[in-house]
Design a protein around this ligand. Structure first.
Ligand code: 5BU
Length: 464
């Protein structure tokens, strides 16, 4: 059965409904996909299981887990036909008997494919992944029939999971319109809802007219954002070095040797053992010589009143020299207000941590969405995000992505790496942040050139 036939069949059996439906995310949707009905149509259920199996059967897994309840029969059908064992997550953990959250036989280290009917924000998938990972099963792929394009793909990807979907909501709507199942009026009404609530997958090509860094500079009011975007095109670099060294001499060496390759020097100033103000003076000299800007990765996280002092006072006097700093949003918008009081008069800029690169981090879903809203309300000072890729269609925001290496993988403490190509071209980010990939290389300067080239080529490919 083709994908189109499958959509039409689902419509015919009442699996696609129109009306007003409250989703788990809280939004009211004019369309509802109810794949539970498929258990009454064994042939259709098998078709769904087969098409999903086709999509993923070449991947590396040896056990399945369906997300309760709707996807359980789909996972079962895949398991029976392809002779692959399955485990099942209990939706309610029993308070008697075995108290198990996962039923079935499994071994730690086994690779588990997650099977889900549809993904909206991704939260149900995470509820299933978490107990599996706690039991030492390895999860890297999720297969779903429908991607509602409401953030799930991004969220999963930001946590290192690949989403494989058979069709998207856009495709489903287009098919129903093409085959006269809905009229133009209904199509537009639903599209309007979807446009307001969808987070589409980042386009492979960025067709925004403000696509180059320089054009985007025109849209920014913050002087640091303008300066950064312009210098990136001028220097042909979207590389930030994470200079995580612990002495003044090492930091100065990096700034001087790698300075010509980078747009941003990212510091953790509090790890320098012999810090004094002379370091700042030397770094400022090198920033002028090589034309890069400073980003102190301080990750402020306290109430507004405290972060003001942390930003301005103490021995580091961060506000005096760091063009950019960043903040967690866990404290609420007061943190932005506090930092702004100190930073705006000095023409400084702030990034919000909308996502993180480390495994199991909590910055996703509504946390990320609320972070975007806080940024939109403070565009004079907030110039972008720490994120795994492009988060909004607003070209005025700059996305910085850490966790970048030419070889993927991770470290032993939770860091997860993506390649420059994936981060800039596929995920639509703007700046790659690279630390150990460069400074631990045999020849850091040569390695920095490679990263700069890889990041730049990915950007050229995206805007071409
Ligand atoms: P690495 O050596 O390339 O793994 O260093 C990454 C740098 O980015 C390091 O300075 C981290 O503190 C920083 N980082 C990160 O890795 N992940 C995050 O989500 C954030 C910052 Br925010």
């Amino acid at each position: 059965m083709s994908r189109k036939d499958l959509i039409l069949k689902l419509y015919e059996v009442g699996g696609i409904k129109f009306g007003e439906f409250k989703l788990k995310t809280g939004s009211i949707s004019p369309i509802y996909i109810d794949l539970r009905v498929t258990i009454s149509y064994p042939e259709l259920l098998q078709e769904i299981a087969d098409i999903m199996w086709e999509k993923v059967h070449g991947l590396d897994f040896n056990i399945l887990c369906g997300v309760p309840y709707t996807a359980l029969p789909i996972a079962t059908a895949m398991s029976l036909k392809n002779k692959i064992p399955m485990v099942m997550r209990r939706k309610e953990v029993k308070d008697h008997g075995t108290k198990k959250s996962i039923e079935g036989v499994y071994k730690p280290g086994q690779k588990c494919l997650i099977v889900e009917d549809l993904v909206t924000s991704g939260s149900s998938v995470f509820e299933t992944i978490e107990p599996l990972v706690q039991l030492d099963l390895q999860v890297s792929d999720v297969v779903v029939l429908l991607d509602r394009e409401q953030g799930g793909r991004r969220t999963l990807s930001s946590q290192g999971y690949n989403l494989h979907s058979i069709f998207t909501m856009t495709e489903l709507m287009d098919t129903l319109l093409d085959f006269g199942k809905i009229d133009k009026f209904k199509y537009e009404e639903i599209n309007k809802y979807l446009n307001a609530n969808q987070i589409k997958n980042p386009p492979m090509k960025n067709d925004n007219p403000h696509k180059t860094y320089t054009r985007r500079a025109d849209l920014c009011t913050n002087p640091i954002a303008k300066k950064l975007l312009n210098l990136m095109d001028k220097k042909q670099s979207n590389l930030a070095i994470a200079a995580d060294v612990t002495t003044k001499a090492e930091l100065i060496k990096i700034a001087d040797e790698i300075g010509p390759e980078i747009c941003v020097l990212k510091t953790h100033i509090d790890i320098i053992e012999d810090f004094d103000q002379s370091l700042i003076e030397q770094l400022q000299f090198l920033a002028n010589k090589h034309n890069f800007i400073f980003f102190e990765d301080r990750k402020f996280a306290d109430i507004g009143n405290t972060v003001k002092y942390q930003y301005e006072k103490g021995i580091y006097k961060i506000a005096d020299w760091a063009h950019i700093v960043n903040a967690h949003t866990v404290a609420g918008p007061g943190i932005i207000m506090g930092l702004k009081e100190v930073g705006l008069p000095r023409e400084r800029a702030l990034l919000l941590l909308a996502e993180m690169s480390s495994a199991g981090n909590l910055a996703y879903g509504s946390y990320t969405e609320k972070t975007l809203m806080m940024a939109a309300e403070n565009k004079d000072f907030v110039i972008g995000f720490i994120a795994m890729g492009k988060l909004t269609d607003d070209p005025g925001f700059i996305n910085f992505t850490p966790g970048v290496k030419l070889d993927k993988g991770g470290d032993t403490l939770g860091q997860q790496y993506n390649t420059p190509e994936k981060v800039i071209f596929e995920q639509g980010s703007d700046i790659i942040i690279v630390g150990r990939g460069i400074y631990q290389a045999e020849n850091p300067t040569e390695e920095a050139k490679k990263y700069r080239e890889a990041g730049w080529q990915a950007y050229k490919k995206r805007i071409s």
